[in-house]
Design a binder for this molecule. Structure first.
Ligand SMILES: Cc1cn([C@H]2C[C@H](O)[C@@H](COP(=O)(O)OP(=O)(O)OP(=O)(O)O)O2)c(=O)[nH]c1=O
Length: 194
């Protein structure tokens, strides 16, 4: 099976779950459509990643899995920060409040006869949501965290799994691994049910 992702965390979670994945990242335009709902956005992006990689690389009947993670608060979508100022602004917005981390997952399968076509039965897609509450963060704390570099490749400008990121979090409700980028238990259950 193909994992259409360059995220080291997704690769590790899939391999630790026992899947011998071929890693083939999808380079797609991640810009939201006008007025697009954040949860519709992550589902669409995951399915676009899966379909793009399938059309370029899939073998007959091969399964392709892709995901996309965002943070949303006040109806605003926080993707990866553009720079340090953007990261600081994101962390200030998250300070002392609860936000939602949403991961869209898409599982597609190549046609058995024409592998570069999507099979008619799939794709399956779903959105996993986890509520994360942050402690109040001081400006000094935010500056030190941004200076560590940890926020830069992560949606919402933090990594809950990192040495610095874990210090920001008061609590979560939902799957921890969804925050990291892949709700692995639900993914595995969906794959078993195929
Ligand atoms: C909120 C949060 C996000 N993240 C990461 C997960 C994702 O890798 C990243 C969001 O970016 P994505 O665009 O979902 O994924 P990606 O670009 O890293 O990988 P690909 O498109 O190839 O699959 O943010 C954490 O690692 N920890 C966290 O706590």
């Amino acid at each position: 099976m193909i994992l259409a992702s360059q995220s080291p965390r997704r690769i590790e979670l899939m391999r630790e779950a026992g899947f011998d994945v071929r890693v083939l990242p999808a380079d797609i335009d991640e810009a939201p459509l006008p007025h697009e709902d954040p949860f519709a956005l992550v589902e669409r992006l995951a399915c676009t990643k899966a379909a793009t990689v399938l059309r370029a690389h899939a073998e007959a009947a091969e399964v392709v899995l892709a995901a996309d993670t965002i943070v949303t608060i006040d109806g605003v979508v926080l993707g990866k920060p553009a720079d340090a100022d953007d990261a600081r602004a994101m962390l200030r917005r998250l300070s002392g409040r609860t936000h939602t981390v949403a991961t869209g997952v898409c599982i597609a399968q190549a046609d058995a006869r024409e592998p570069r076509r999507l099979s008619d039965e799939l794709p399956i897609s779903f959105v996993a949501k986890t509520a994360v509450t942050f402690y109040e963060l001081s400006d000094a704390e935010i500056d030190a965290y941004v200076a560590s570099g940890e926020p830069m490749d992560k949606a919402g400008a933090y990594g809950i799994q990192g040495a610095g990121g874990r210090m920001l979090v008061r609590g979560i409700e939902g799957d921890f691994y969804n925050v990291v980028g892949l709700p692995i238990a639900e993914v595995v259950r969906r794959l078993r049910a195929l």
